[in-house]
Design a protein around this ligand. Sequence first.
Ligand SMILES: [Zn+2]
Length: 207
Amino acid sequence: MRLIAGARSCGIIRPRRISRRPAAGFYASAPFAPLHGELFVCNNGAGSNLGEIGARGEALRYSPYMHTPAGALLRNPTEAACLSSGFGWRNSMGGAGREHVGLDLANRGGGFIYAAADGWVTHAGWRGAYGNVVELDHGHGVRTLYAHLAEIDPRLAPGMFVPARAPMARMGATGNATGVHLHYEVMVQGLRVDPLRYGPAEDAPVS
Ligand SMILES: [Zn+2]
């Protein structure tokens, strides 16, 4: 394990590089993504941009898949997580707001991160404030990005095909992250879209 801890003070969070080296074959033998029937908000809904929330803390807009020009994509490509921040404008420490262009899916215990759909790796490695990142191209102008990863399957390299729901990485807090979570972005024809709201709503949740 390589650990370069960053100092933290209010308003300034220096990138941390926390890289774990998984054992050979670890990802090859890991199970594929579970299909989550529901998505609950973290901390009793204390996060920002969470959208409509039901009485049990469930995100009402959630269904397991979003339908895109590249086919169905997972809205929650984690092993287990709650929704800590949604897509859109949010206030940040120090008063200046900023646009949040993805979903934050949090789990203190980490867990696997999976390919949202069949795709080809365009990036697998460090990317500044995003920490360890995997980016996939699903064709038809659809891309997904997975940031702040603790570690990435060392087999992943640009050009490699990854099947839908395959384990690719584990959740972490690398880069500018205040806690262990996945920052998940979906791009359609160059525009970042809200993974919770994109496409037609599905009829019934999967249990
Ligand atoms: Zn985020």
